[in-house]
Design a protein around this ligand. Structure first.
Ligand code: NDP
Length: 244
């Protein structure tokens, strides 16, 4: 099926990688369902693409009912779901000794349960259709561990494991499972770090040598556009200058 015929849901579409992906897919003619908590951003994105086929819904990925409503909207508007892009995530990094237990819980809820909620809501429909593709934004942090990022890395290692399990369980049902694993990308993610100084330093580095959100969006569009027999399981995309 060509990309312009696909119904694609993007969770975490209101900025950064999700927004850039929405724009690229819209320009390729896909039918899009956008979701995130900042509804005003979703409205702005839809209005910036007047010729595209886009609906949107405010949703928090930690709330299963919200996620189910997004899936239902896709089915009501477009009658099927070809791709679910689980992209929502936060990265409030800090050393473990700071014991930011609230942030750990939020990260686990959004980065891990958010992905699981998406799978739970979309997978039965895909199995019934006899086809589907679930993509989750993982990270280089899902492949290597580095200081001050133990919990974030833990969430992204978990996403990698879950998505590989999904692949093994659902390959016979013609369902593709992909993780996209970026290195540093210049987005708003640094704002989720509560230590402002650390966040600003990260943002500075991302601006100097990081990837653009469009670089990652192109990779998402590529994996969506592969023939039915091809399933890209993992794509690691680093800035050329990145060390880790
Ligand atoms: P942004 O902060 O720009 O985007 C994050 C997106 O996630 C926003 O649309 C945000 O929407 C959404 N989101 C966060 N919490 C929730 C929630 N509870 N419910 C619904 N949506 C939520 O950063 P990025 O584009 O960088 O992040 C996208 C993904 O990329 C994340 O999973 C991140 O971990 C991953 N990543 C990013 C890298 C980077 O260097 N930037 C590197 C590797 C991976 P809203 O706030 O409106 O709800």
């Amino acid at each position: 099926m060509a990309i312009q015929d696909k119904v694609i849901i993007i969770m975490g579409a209101s900025s950064g990688i999700g927004e850039a992906t929405a724009k690229i897919l819209a320009n390729k003619g896909a039918k899009l369902v956008l979701a995130a908590r900042r509804e005003e951003n979703l409205k702005r994105i839809k209005e910036s693409l007047p010729d595209a086929s886009i609906v949107y819904k405010k949703a928090d990925v930690t709330n299963y009912d919200d996620v189910q409503r997004v899936i239902d909207l896709a089915l009501t508007e477009f009658g099927r779901i070809d791709v679910l892009f689980n992209n929502a995530g936060i990265m409030p990094t800090a050393p473990l000794i700071e014991t930011k237990r609230d942030e750990w819980k939020k990260m686990l809820d959004i980065n891990v349960m958010g992905v699981l909620n998406g799978i739970a809501a979309a997978l039965p429909q895909m199995v019934e259709q006899g086809s589907g593709h679930i993509i989750s934004t993982d990270s280089v942090a899902g492949h290597v561990v580095y200081p001050d990022s133990a919990v974030y890395c833990g969430t992204k290692f978990a996403v990698r494991a879950i998505m590989e399990g999904l692949r093994q369980e659902q390959r016979e049902n013609n369902i593709k499972s992909t993780i996209i694993s970026p290195g540093a990308v210049e987005t708003e993610l640094y704002k989720t770090i509560s230590d402002k100084k650390v966040g600003e330093e990260l943002h500075k580095a991302q601006k100097e040598w990081g990837l653009s959100a469009e670089d990652i969006a192109q990779a998402v569009a590529y994996v969506i556009d592969t023939p039915e027999r091809v399933s890209v399981s993992d794509m690691i995309i680093r800035p050329t200058k990145q060390e880790v």
